[in-house]
Ligand binder design. Sequence first.
Ligand code: NDP
Ligand code: 2IT
Length: 452
Amino acid sequence: MTTRSETQTTLDHLLTEIEHRNPAQPEFHQAAHEVLETLAPVVAARPEYAEPGLIERLVEPERQVMFRVPWQDDQGRVRVNRGFRVEFNSALGPYKGGLRFHPSVNLGVIKFLGFEQIFKNALTGLGIGGGKGGSDFDPHGRSDAEVMRFCQAFMTELYRHIGEHTDVPAGDIGVGGREIGYLFGQYRRITNRWEAGVLTGKGQGWGGSLIRPEATGYGNVLFAAAMLRERGEDLQGQTAVVSGSGNVAIYTIEKLTALGANAVTCSDSSGYVVDEKGIDLDLLKQIKEVERGRVDAYAERRGASARFVPGGRVWEVPADLALPSATQNELDENDAATLIRNGVKAVSEGANMPTTPEAVHLLQQAGVAFGPGKAANAGGVAVSALEMAQNHARTSWTAARVEEELADIMTSIHTTCHETAERYGTPGDYVTGANIAGFERVADAMLAQGVI
Ligand code: NDP
Ligand code: 2IT
């Protein structure tokens, strides 16, 4: 039998090879490190996982598509963006994962997101593989008509790669209900098919699931509550710092407030707002979802309880809980040290990979409960899979039913991660628990399906 340290040496060699084979993709390297650094106990314990080529196949996308997206702005000028879809792993079901429109998007960013998505989707227990896509298009400051023309141009290529049984995109940064509407319209026009299950996050009334907009944020709060319960605590009366002010942040704040916590911050790329009375969600939704404005407008209109801190980071505001809900690597070692100094009890990732590896290490060493994104933010993709189920059955469920299923799924993910971490000798380590539990499910399916 191979020992853990021999196995870790093999995995370390593989990580070096991944870096060589995928140059200039630091986010993908980071995501691969984070997973492969925790797999030694399970690979050493179960010889079938040491089969040559298994992990090598897992880190290589099944298919990667990159394409030109030409579109015209409101002045008639031709703009050219780059589109991506990385179809990473379909052992458990059709590729599933969001589309991100943000100027920072490149192949390495999409690959990190697609890789994370494989394990996240496996943890939901539902039949969905892992994929991700997007573009370096920046929707900020673009008119509705420009966003529509961009989405149509993007789908004019993407349509040939997706389908309800093949690959099912959804939203992510910069892609919400408006963009999914334009994308769906163009898919329907090109294919002449009403194929509701080809995209999720659709509008209610044309195939969207109730609670899908809320699902990621609500799910993350339920995960944080489950971690607190393990320590004999609940959310009541806890102060929370939340970063971001988009889809995930807004519904994180909504659920925190509903469960008795006080969410005192939100942010965007211009800075953050701290509101000692708790974020007024009606005002935040009006500014962000209706006016598509910046967070400083919140502080201006809210009155004395709120102030805007230009360029600052929410982590400097003292809190019991931190829920990063904006983007990758937004919470670093210094931020973690500040949170620990201020007595934080739990950090739960609404965003994908928002906490740097050094920060994760510091938080775990300090005994802070840490919920990794692939477990904590899985509620969004889980309800996407429920949307696919409703589309397939040509039915729609009540909000209460979807919310109940979401709560059951989050509880089950928490239990799975917790028990897996205990089983492999790292009690309380949700990172190891999530990685190993997600890996086991995908690896078993890959082994059963042969070398493909
Ligand atoms: P939105 O586009 O709705 O909101 C993103 C928010 O994060 C905005 O406030 C945005 O500010 C801020 N932000 C984005 N990029 C940066 C950056 N580089 N620096 C500073 N702030 C930034 O996206 P979502 O809420 O959907 O996504 C947020 C995170 O959650 C992402 O990591 C995403 O991958 C993850 N996620 C999303 C899911 C979903 O269902 N939507 C599911 C699971 C995870 P600004 O407008 O100024 O850019
Ligand atoms: O990161 C994610 O899980 C998402 N952006 C949601 C993916 C989905 O298919 O709903």
